[in-house]
Design a protein around this ligand. Structure first.
Ligand code: GCO
Length: 476
């Protein structure tokens, strides 16, 4: 069967995040972020790795963009470090920080690579955490907005696509309920409050975007994990609906419609953990409607029924990431479990390309928005052998997900682009440098920590071919 081709202007891309690649953690006036501080507390990350040097992208940006150009990328999604722009989170702008990103953007444009900016990929200024507790204070709404407006004014004419918050469900869930990300809190009530404030900050930033970048497109990047029932027992099916509402639509309904889904709201109210709304909140949330839904997809979630006196923790993988991961077991609603029909990666993430198609269809049906796959990829141990990296497992992974995107396009879903995670290998927040995601291998040498030589993996040449053929090569 001949597949319908990918759209002509499909954004074939790749993605990264500042803390995971840049290094230069205190260079040119940059202030410390919560991740700079958190990773230096012993025991918070695998082997106490941190992003002080990362893959030194801050000092090798030209070399990295040259590789992107060689590959033929159509788009590159990267994040801006808030602490390079405002070292203290607010106040005086650091011109050197803006200049760095301006050089990056110009270089991408010179090479016909469409930049996609993520304004927030988790590296909150430590100063704002110290001053008022970061996302737990409403003060952040204005500070975040000021930071965004600075970027909109400076880059709004050059950059069309913008992502506001990256994986709000993950940084809030892991930060305030699971306690594995900064600030390491485990408190459901505080989690829902911080989440509400993050949603308000997002809405206010979108409101400003309309004013400063009227021709641009803006949306969140959401860590989507479509939910399945473990069996067709009606109680399991109900549990899956509960989980779908809580893990996914709890966030996305707020983005798109400015309101929380009723079922989960009622549940949290009974428990006393629903967020506190103030006058004007719902009006502000309604200003946040996005132009597209950015989806980061790694795995689906399978659940079963969980009685009211049931467990508070379902099956979670070793990195603590299972969908939003904050909600692995909710008595009375659901608990997560293994899906017996799926295999897993070496980090215990279930591999499920069809889940991507299912998730995209659900979003298309509920929100009627174009979808940008803002992340998808495979973290693996790679082996450097005679100067080559034969990562056929990564090629298989990406190919199978792209095939499901093609199916979704045929289903009528509007998918505008696909960014693999990631372009070069990078720092995994909690899993150090051995978990590799890139098309470009970073050669790490303990005796020469700044070696960091770039080596193209087999997947680099494969994706180059896919882009060149607009996806035709997928069928071979
Ligand atoms: C990891 C994760 C990250 C995330 C990304 C989310 O291993 O640390 O996979 O790389 O996927 O930062 O936006």
């Amino acid at each position: 069967e001949h597949k319908q081709p990918f759209p002509e202007n499909f954004l074939w891309g790749s993605a990264s995040a500042a803390y995971q690649i840049e290094g230069g953690w205190d260079q040119d006036g940059k202030g410390p972020s919560v991740w700079d501080v958190y990773t230096k507390q012993p025991g918070t990350t695998y082997m106490d790795t941190n992003g002080d040097i990362a893959v030194d992208h801050y000092n090798r940006m030209e070399e990295d963009v040259a590789l992107m150009a060689e590959m033929g990328l159509k788009t590159y999604r990267f994040s801006i470090a808030w602490t390079r722009i405002y070292p203290e989170g607010r106040g005086e702008v650091n011109e050197a920080g803006l200049a760095f990103y301006e050089r990056l953007i110009d270089l991408l444009l010179d090479n016909h690579i469409e930049p996609i900016i993520t304004v927030y990929h988790w590296d909150l200024p430590q100063a704002l955490m110290d001053e008022y507790g970061g996302w737990e204070s409403r003060k952040i709404i204005d500070d975040f907005n000021d930071y965004c407006v600075t970027l909109f004014q400076r880059f709004g004419e050059k950059v069309k696509y913008w992502v506001t918050l990256n994986e709000q469900n993950v940084f809030i869930g892991l930060g305030y309920k699971v306690g594995l990300h900064p600030p390491g809190v485990k408190d459901e009530k505080r989690m829902h409050q911080a989440n509400h404030i993050a949603s308000l900050a997002n809405a206010k930033a979108v409101e400003s975007f309309r004013k400063y970048v009227p021709n641009g497109k803006v949306g969140p990047s959401f860590a989507l994990s479509p939910v399945y029932p473990r069996t067709s027992h009606p109680e399991d099916v109900l549990a899956a609906e509960n989980a779908e509402e809580m893990m996914n639509h709890w966030y996305m309904d707020v983005y798109v419609h400015g309101k929380y889904p009723e079922v989960i709201w009622a549940h949290l109210e009974r428990k006393g953990t629903a967020p506190e709304l103030q006058e004007g909140d719902l009006e502000l949330l309604k200003q946040g409607a996005p132009d597209f839904m950015g989806i980061n997809y790694y795995q689906s979630t399978t659940v079963e029924r969980n009685p009211l006196d049931g467990v508070a923790e379902g099956k979670m993988n070793t990195t603590g990431k299972k969908g939003t991961s904050s909600d692995s077991g909710v008595p009375g609603l659901f608990k997560t479990c293994r899906n017996p029909d799926l295999t897993t990666t070496n980090w215990d993430w279930e591999i499920d390309p069809v889940g991507l198609r299912i998730g995209m269809r659900r979003i298309h049906n509920r929100y009627q928005l174009p979808i940008l796959i803002s992340e998808n990829g495979l973290g693996e141990f790679d082996k450097l052998e005679n100067g080559r990296i034969h990562d056929d497992y990564r090629i298989d992974y990406i190919a199978s997900h792209l095939q499901q995107i093609q199916e979704a396009l045929q289903d009528g879903v509007d998918v505008i682009g696909y960014c693999t995670w990631s372009f070069t290998d990078l720092l995994s927040w909690l899993n150090g440098y051995q978990k590799r995601y890139g098309f470009v291998y970073i050669d790490r040498d303990e005796k020469d920590v700044r070696n960091l030589r770039r080596i193209k993996k087999d997947s680099f040449y494969w994706y180059q071919d896919i882009i060149q053929s607009s996806g035709e090569k997928l069928q071979e």
